[in-house]
Ligand binder design. Structure first.
Ligand SMILES: Cc1ncc(COP(=O)(O)O)c(C=O)c1O
Length: 387
């Protein structure tokens, strides 16, 4: 564990904080109501005129969703947050709130595949220019963001897990008045708080570590009051991809254990990184950890590694007992995703094909099972699949 006890203790306490209601309930009630009636005409008019903030309609405001948003805003050190129906809803609704035809987005390479598809299949046809740049281009070229409206970042990025010096990039962005957005799903607020590093808007697929139980699809965006108001006024009501009260309840429940889960994911990831380094079949490990870039406080359980040609990857995948084959990540269960499967995808070019992912790469999601059991499973499967 990196030396961040103060921050971590404060966050763990915050994430388990009680959301009191009149009955003393220690979990937020699920307010399963589409609309909220007003006591009298004056209360209704006051709300419409902006003189009160009583909820009107769950597409825009709901108390259970608000409870989740309040904790997320504090956890990410932002002023406000909005929950969404999915991570990609948070991403698309946020990008669309800030972009118009003719604007340019500078996006990091190896971005999450559906974010790439959103850029290519939605933003580009609507007249938004999109360019992709490596992590080091973002870090070292202060003029890269000249004439750019939005810098869209992930640190680390997907599949290759390259971390970025966000302090440096946000400095370049400020110079050019660029709005910076980052997908912080991998680190979670336990291991990285990008707003503290100068980033404007933080996005999460809450389906991953925030939920932690692989039973929810959701997203959240955190930022300043101004940025959040813009999204709440525009794309939240008009695209309507709102978070549901029951999902918000599950996410708040997930947040209670986020800090403890991230510690466990990190302990297992550290064990794997140490031991993988001595396996002759492993060419490269992509797994950033504490202090690899400023502000990164830990190593999450999602990583990738590249095997040498001696490993039969389909055979290896099928020999695993505890690791399941599948997409997504961040839950309690360990998963493997071979790059080959992504590279074999039919249809239009996906991001893995576009950015060129090594075919011998496999992504591991290290879950909450016993680390030694996972390691034994991994090495047993490897033994049976080496030529
Ligand atoms: C890094 C990252 N961002 C965003 C998403 C999209 O989130 P969701 O599936 O909740 O829409 C994913 C999903 O896999 C992801 O891995």
């Amino acid at each position: 564990m990196s030396k961040q006890p103060q921050k971590d203790r404060a966050l763990a306490t915050l994430l388990s904080s009680v959301l009191a209601d009149d009955n003393g309930s220690i979990t937020p009630p699920i307010v399963q109501s589409s609309l909220f009636a007003f006591q009298d005409y004056q209360a209704f008019e006051d709300r419409m005129a902006g003189r009160s903030d009583q909820p009107i309609y769950t597409r825009v405001q709901n108390p259970t969703v608000a409870a989740f948003e309040t904790i997320m805003a504090s956890a990410e050190n932002g002023a406000a947050a909005i929950g969404f129906a999915s991570g990609i809803a948070a991403i698309s609704s946020t990008l669309l709130a800030f972009l118009q035809p003719g604007d340019r987005v500078a996006c990091v390479e190896h971005v999450y595949p559906d974010t790439y598809r959103f850029m290519e299949r939605m933003l580009r046809p609507f007249g938004v220019q999109v360019s992709y740049h490596s992590v080091s281009q973002f870090e070292t070229d202060p003029e890269l963001l000249c004439d750019v409206k939005v810098a869209y970042l992930e640190s680390p990025n997907s599949v290759m897990f390259q971390p970025m010096n966000l302090m440096q990039v946000s400095e370049h962005a400020r110079k050019h008045g660029v709005v910076t957005m980052i997908d912080n799903s991998w680190a979670s607020p336990v291991f990285q708080t990008p707003i503290d590093l100068g980033i404007d808007i933080v996005l999460h697929s809450a389906s991953k570590y925030i939920s932690g139980h692989s039973d929810t699809v959701a997203g959240v965006v955190i930022s300043s009051q101004d940025h959040i108001s813009r999204i709440r006024d525009l794309t939240l009501p008009l695209l309507g991809a709102k978070l549901a009260p029951f999902e918000a309840f599950l996410l708040t429940r997930g947040l209670r254990t986020l800090s403890a889960r991230m510690k466990q994911h990190q302990a297992t990831a550290n064990l794997f990184v140490d031991r993988l380094a001595s396996l002759p079949e492993v060419r490269k490990i992509n797994s950033p950890g504490a202090n690899d870039v400023p502000g990164l406080r830990g190593r999450a359980g999602l990583m990738s590694l590249e095997f040498d040609d001696s490993v039969d990857i389909p055979k290896f995948s099928d020999a695993l007992q505890h690791f399941r084959l599948g997409v997504s990540w961040g839950g309690f269960e360990s998963l493997i995703l071979p790059a080959r499967v992504g590279l074999a995808q039919a249809g239009e070019k996906n991001s893995m094909q576009h950015f060129g992912v090594p075919p011998n790469l496999v992504r591991l999601n290290l879950g909450l099972e016993d680390a030694e059991d996972l390691w034994a499973d991994f090495t047993n499967a490897l033994r049976t699949s080496v030529a």
